[in-house]
Design a protein. Structure first.
Length: 332
């Protein structure tokens, strides 16, 4: 497989977020110059403060819904709120970030002839009728629901990427990311892993939406980034889309019980009504990823990844005194 050239200038939009900050770490470790762009709606300087003095790292406060004029060799477009709490806070802006952001980053890539990767999502499959989900499946998405700003915004972004690929021969990569977790997740983003862990560490009841039988597949951040970097290094004749995730499938009850066990919590489980349009099951078929990404497969088991994530949140909550705070969350 073709390796990265250490001299590349790489733009990471959403670079101060959960995934983006870890990606910046990996790229700098590989010898690249990294331009981190973020408007800090959900990203935080805390995630990248250890990089601020690094000679190969540059931080720019910028919103991708506005054009950006820089000179780069590659672009990782990760900018967009990714949890229901955040993307439903301002749904119009969420759609703009996905659609206008894609247009602006594609325009930049076209101008400077850069390769560009779009961080798409398993949400393009909606509440799927095909299980596990394969890339050829077109999905089952409500276009006017509460989650549509994110689901349809990401679907439109994929359309734009492939239109630029066909019309302008732009070098694109589209990664459909399934539920990813790990250190630097936001404490109150409402995603199920962080939700359960924070509630368990605070000794609060753990909120289960519906009967808890709905399933997700959880990929640890290190495994996700390895696949993303391998995807960017593939030849120009393979644009994707490609599923990236861990095919291990767990119910919400399974996850809650694991979090309680690993955290040593005495939290009890309580049930709340299931949010509208919440997918009943989610699991990636990663056959294409294993074929195209040099035999890539997730290595981190759920218990191992949860233990690392619990340790991160425990330290974060202890240092910030956040254990006294309560907040309602929704499932993703």
């Amino acid at each position: 497989m073709r390796q990265y050239n250490p001299s590349k200038r790489i733009l990471v939009t959403g670079g101060a977020g959960f995934l983006g900050s870890h990606l910046c770490d990996r790229l700098i470790e590989a010898g690249h110059d990294v331009l981190c762009v973020d408007n800090f709606f959900t990203g935080t300087k805390h995630n990248i403060e250890h990089l601020l003095g690094h000679p190969q790292f540059e931080l720019m406060r910028h919103d991708v819904t506005f054009p950006l004029y820089v000179e780069v060799d590659e672009i990782f477009n990760l900018a967009c709120p990714a949890s229901p709490v955040h993307y439903q806070h301002d749904p119009v802006q969420t759609t703009k970030t996905s659609v206008h952001g894609a247009i602006n980053m594609l325009g930049l890539a076209k101008r400077v002839r850069a390769k560009i990767l779009q961080a798409s999502t398993s949400e393009v499959y909606g509440d799927p009728e095909v299980h596990p989900q394969v890339e050829q499946y077109w999905g089952r998405v409500n276009p006017i629901g509460l989650r549509s700003c994110y689901d349809e915004g990401k679907r439109c972004a994929e359309t734009l990427f492939f239109d630029y690929y066909r019309q302008h021969r732009l070098r694109i990569k589209v990664a459909r990311i399934f539920n990813t977790y790990g250190p630097r997740m936001h404490t109150n983003d409402g995603r199920v892993v962080s939700n359960f862990i924070v509630q368990a560490l605070r000794g609060q009841d753990i909120t289960i939406y519906g009967d808890g039988s709905q399933t997700r597949s959880f990929c640890y951040v290190d495994d996700l980034l390895e696949a993303m970097l391998r995807l960017m290094a593939t030849g120009d004749d393979f644009p994707g889309p490609i599923n990236i995730g861990n095919p291990g499938e767990f119910s919400m009850l399974d996850l809650a019980r694991k979090v309680i066990e690993l955290s040593g919590s005495r939290s009890k489980l309580v049930h709340m009504p299931l949010p509208a349009d919440d997918p009943k099951q989610r699991r990636p078929d990663i056959s294409l990823a294993q074929e195209m990404l040099g035999g890539w497969t997730p290595k981190t088991q759920l218990d191992e990844g949860l233990a690392k994530t619990i340790a991160y949140f425990d330290q974060l909550l202890s240092s910030s005194g956040a254990k006294a705070t309560e907040r309602e969350f929704s499932l993703t």
